[in-house]
Design a binder for this molecule. Structure first.
Ligand SMILES: *[C@@H]1O[C@H](CO)[C@@H](O)[C@H](O)[C@H]1NC(C)=O
Ligand SMILES: *[C@@H]1O[C@H](CO)[C@@H](O)[C@H](O)[C@H]1NC(C)=O
Ligand SMILES: *[C@@H]1O[C@H](CO)[C@@H](O)[C@H](O)[C@H]1NC(C)=O
Ligand SMILES: *[C@@H]1O[C@H](CO)[C@@H](O)[C@H](O)[C@H]1NC(C)=O
Ligand SMILES: *[C@@H]1O[C@H](CO)[C@@H](O)[C@H](O)[C@H]1NC(C)=O
Ligand SMILES: *[C@@H]1O[C@H](CO)[C@@H](O)[C@H](O)[C@H]1NC(C)=O
Ligand SMILES: *[C@@H]1O[C@H](CO)[C@@H](O)[C@H](O)[C@H]1NC(C)=O
Ligand SMILES: *[C@@H]1O[C@H](CO)[C@@H](O)[C@H](O)[C@H]1NC(C)=O
Ligand SMILES: *[C@@H]1O[C@H](CO)[C@@H](O)[C@H](O)[C@H]1NC(C)=O
Ligand SMILES: CC(=O)N[C@H]1CO[C@H](CO)[C@@H](O)[C@@H]1O
Length: 790
């Protein structure tokens, strides 16, 4: 379907390999287009850094600019250290976190009507453990959840779950577990700690929460059980056409000299960390960082999907190879090569990075009002309103709720990543220096005082959302439903009716603190019936060798991410935290969901991202201050942790839930659960959709974690063999309530047969669980007639 494109990847000349610099910065440009970098741009780069107050600190890393200075002894030392690399204790694991796929609101768009109706693809937690071989307690866990974000409730649950695994797991704790979310917008919600994001999901749902916690803990357990010595290395590539800037007007408010340092107005980098097992040299996984909103699946999609940030490496590979006839022979050989390098159970994760102002709707934002115009640059409106402004993904004409665009964006990221993976050994930088460090502390952002790099005093504010938050973005409204309901007591959302009366106007201190943001919702000062938004945030960073991972609770915009990473890099160099030039990555939204993070200049524009920068104009500087001032806890000789800080509220047991449980399931008279109501045809041509309809039951009766609701079975040598299941993108499960009174429902299983599917004889299986009037849950299975695919 999609022509395969080689990623825009330029391998580094060998002599420059040791100088791979920071991604998405002039350093990156240097590493790939070395010779084209003029002295002028270096001077501008240096002056911008000095404007940022980090000139003195960055000097030590400046040698990478001087390409002739390979004889520089510091440089040479770096090179020799990197060439060797060190061994670490490495583990990877994956666990199913698919919560209730029906009758529950999706998390992300905050659209009341986006209620799940089924499953396209199961969602997972992917866990990466890195440890010091010689100091068993020096370890960290980097989790990538296919969820909208990390979260306080989820994180507490994971910490408790890991503690319950016993003393073998005692080194994993508050300090060193980072819970990041891919920022997908197509999974079950109602698992968040704070009230505001619970409003559209009608509160908190224990089943949804527990599925994520259990799957995450299982992924940690699997990663722990797989621990073995190995090496790490990283490399960067760029993918040009997988994101664009959705708030260019705000980005343009950043200083021209700073912007001039970057070729792009979004971060196009993919940084890939490869895990290689020492015993057999096989790769056990990759952990990559890339920045793009998980908003390819549109707001009106109601099937759970992993979203494009987590393409399964194995399957995506198959799709890509067999999709394209012209290249298939060549690519097949390539795939076999890479198969040979991958250990069984290979885990690939794409962690979200500077996501704030990015969109996967790469064709731009257009007016769906017949005018044929693009939305305004300043405020993304059409004829004065934002309702008709929608971002367009690459396959937007398909009108399929974003399914094809999502697949296409995911494929582009995958293709660039796979290309990088394939040439990894010749371009990657080994991670060296055996130390593995992590720290965590909580910080209360309510009128938090700190100093800016120039020495002046600054303050952050209690959380608040500005007016543009209500307008949402061209990717979909993010208004948490309050505009529609306001003071309307007949609001469709009963939870809003309960809580809307407690909203009050901010006092003068908060108004002044948040200025120039006009405060719409003073969420940080609302704690009835329980806190609406976090005021206490997680401050956390991890380090292995020269690689430092900033764990951000907020969605950093492109320029915020750049400034934050540059500041950490400079501070780490200055304080000799790393033995060689640091490499800094940023992952988030993580640990709690603290909405957005813009630069002060972007904040001044107050588009959606600025309006959602909770703690005021100084938020970025405060985040930078907090992470630089705790940096010494990442030093090799550090054996302490910062003071834990104030404990955030735990709303898990206080939260309201207006979500009704399953009452019971029923069938029409003479029918049984799993019985086929509509059989597939007897034959299909590849590319067609095969549908089978069954007498269904509510999938919330049993989430079948680590299992499957659906299966395609192929008849091979006298046996029926499962060839597709819930983890497959092209096998879709749809549940429909027929009659609430009698408890009847239907399930349609649709196989969108791939052009590369094997011709053969197949049948469709449905696994379900029904609940009777007494609450007893019974498993059943249904199988369709067989059909041929040619
Ligand atoms: C977590 O465990 C590590 C390793 O045992 C320890 O150094 C650290 O102090 C612990 N952190 C907390 C918050 O208990
Ligand atoms: C889904 O939403 C998009 C806009 O985001 C719209 O163009 C499309 O028509 C909608 N599809 C359906 C089936 O409602
Ligand atoms: C949006 O920007 C346009 C200019 O492009 C301006 O005319 C209009 O008043 C703005 N609308 C709002 C609601 O701010
Ligand atoms: C920050 O400083 C201001 C002014 O000195 C003071 O009023 C405020 O209480 C301080 N905030 C905190 C949290 O200590
Ligand atoms: C809601 O109604 C109250 C009482 O009539 C009024 O004071 C308040 O301004 C209204 N709020 C909004 C957001 O309209
Ligand atoms: C660099 O480190 C020195 C002490 O080692 C410290 O005084 C100075 O503030 C640091 N500079 C920056 C920009 O971090
Ligand atoms: C298959 O079922 C899906 C889900 O009910 C439906 O949207 C689609 O139109 C059906 N396709 C065919 C070819 O029957
Ligand atoms: C059917 O599968 C079983 C178990 O995998 C295997 O032992 C048997 O050889 C298969 N039968 C044929 C005919 O391939
Ligand atoms: C497929 O269905 C046909 C028609 O019902 C039947 O004759 C045949 O035995 C079935 N094939 C298998 C492998 O079950
Ligand atoms: C490089 C890039 O992403 N540019 C885009 C930034 O956003 C504007 C408006 O949405 C687009 O027109 C650019 O193509």
């Amino acid at each position: 379907m999609h022509p395969f494109e080689r990623a825009k990847y330029e391998p580094l000349p060998v002599e420059e390999k040791h100088a791979v610099g920071q991604e998405d910065t002039p350093v990156k440009a240097r590493s790939s287009r070395w010779s084209k970098i003029s002295i002028v741009s270096i001077i501008t780069f240096v002056s911008v850094l000095s404007l940022l107050g980090v000139l003195a600190t960055v000097r030590a890393s400046v040698p990478v600019i001087a390409e002739e200075s390979v004889d520089n002894s510091e440089e040479l030392h770096d090179y020799l250290a990197r060439a060797s690399g060190d061994q670490y204790l490495l583990g990877v694991g994956k666990g199913d976190i698919t919560g209730p796929v029906v009758e529950l609101n999706f998390m992300g768009y905050a659209s009341l009507s986006q209620i799940g109706t089924g499953l396209r693809q199961r969602i997972y937690s992917r866990s990466f453990i890195i440890g010091n071989v010689d100091k068993p307690t020096d370890r960290f866990v980097y989790l990538v959840l296919d969820t909208q974000s990390g979260d306080t409730a989820i994180r507490n649950g994971i910490l408790e779950g890991v503690a319950a695994l016993g003393s073998d797991y005692s080194m994993y704790n508050q300090s060193n577990i980072a819970v990041t979310g891919t920022h997908q917008h197509s999974g079950p919600g109602a698992w968040v700690n704070y009230l505001l994001p619970q409003i559209t999901s009608l509160g908190f749902d224990k089943q949804s929460y527990q599925a994520i916690v259990d799957g995450a803990v299982l992924s940690i357990q699997r990663a722990h059980e797989s621990l073995s010595p190995g090496t790490l290395s990283y490399a960067d590539t760029t993918v040009a056409d997988a994101n664009i800037n959705r708030s260019l007007w705000a980005y343009l408010a950043n200083p021209a000299a700073e912007r001039a340092q970057y070729t792009d107005d979004t971060d196009k980098t993919i940084t890939m960390l490869r895990f290689q097992r020492a015993s057999d040299g096989l790769n056990t996984g990759i952990l990559a960082w890339h920045s793009v909103h998980g908003t390819s699946m549109l707001e009106n999609n109601t099937h759970v999907t992993g979203g494009m940030q987590a393409p399964d490496f194995g399957k995506a590979r198959t799709d890509t190879i067999l999709d394209n006839k012209g290249l298939s022979a060549y690519l097949f050989e390539e795939a076999m090569k890479s198969d040979a390098t991958a250990a069984p159970g290979f885990v690939a994760a794409f962690s979200q990075s500077s996501v704030g102002d990015t969109t996967p709707n790469t064709l731009g934002a257009w007016c769906d009002d017949g005018s044929g115009e693009m939305c305004t640059l300043e405020n993304s409106t059409c004829q004065g309103t934002s309702e008709n402004c929608h971002g367009r993904g690459p396959e937007f004409q398909k009108l399929d709720l974003g399914v094809s665009s999502c697949y296409e964006i995911g494929r582009r990221v995958y293709a660039a990543s796979k290309s990088l993976y394939d040439s990894f050994d010749s371009v990657a930088t080994p991670v060296s220096d055996p130390s593995v460090k992590a720290y965590h502390t909580f910080n209360d952002m309510q009128y938090y005082n700190f100093t800016l790099p120039d020495g002046t005093a600054a303050q952050t504010c209690p959380a608040a959302l500005g007016y543009s938050f209500a307008a949402g973005t061209s990717d979909g409204p993010g208004a948490f439903d309050f505009t529609q309901s306001d003071n309307d007591t007949n609001a469709q959302n009963p939870l809003w009716v309960i809580v809307s009366s407690v909203i009050k106007a901010p006092g003068p201190k908060q108004v002044a603190c948040q200025s120039p943001k006009p405060v719409l919702l003073d969420v940080g000062e609302l704690s009835v019936p329980y806190p609406w938004s976090p005021n206490i945030i997680d401050v956390q960073s991890l380090r292995v060798g020269q690689l430092i991972m900033i764990i951000s609770p907020s969605e950093a915009t492109t320029m915020s991410g750049r400034r934050w990473k540059a500041a950490i890099s400079a501070a780490a160099t200055n304080a000799s935290i790393t033995a060689i030039t640091p490499k800094v990555v940023l992952g988030g939204p993580a640990n709690t969901y603290a909405h957005y993070l813009t630069t002060r200049e972007e904040y001044g524009i107050q588009r959606y991202e600025g309006a959602s920068t909770l703690y005021g104009p100084n938020e970025l500087d405060a985040y930078i201050y907090l992470s630089t001032s705790n940096l010494q806890y990442l030093a090799a000789d550090s054996s302490s942790q910062p003071a834990p800080g104030p404990t955030p509220p735990d709303n898990r047991d206080d939260s309201i839930s207006l979500i009704t449980p399953v009452v019971y399931d029923g069938t029409d008279i003479g029918k049984s659960f799993g019985q086929v109501l509509t059989q597939p045809s007897s034959s299909y041509v590849r590319g067609a959709v095969v549908n089978a309809t069954f007498v269904g039951a509510n999938p919330r009766n049993n989430l079948r974690l680590e299992g499957t609701f659906t299966a395609v079975e192929q008849y091979v040598s006298g046996n029926w063999t499962t060839v597709r299941d819930d983890s497959d993108w092209f096998l879709v499960y749809t549940w429909t309530r027929v009659n609430g009174l009698t408890g009847t429902s239907n399930v349609v299983i649709s196989w969108e047969t791939e052009t590369y599917a094997d011709p053969g004889t197949y049948r469709i299986r449905y696994n379900g669980d029904s609940k009777n009037l007494f609450g007893t849950i019974t498993a059943f299975t249904g199988v369709s007639n067989n059909f041929t695919l040619s």
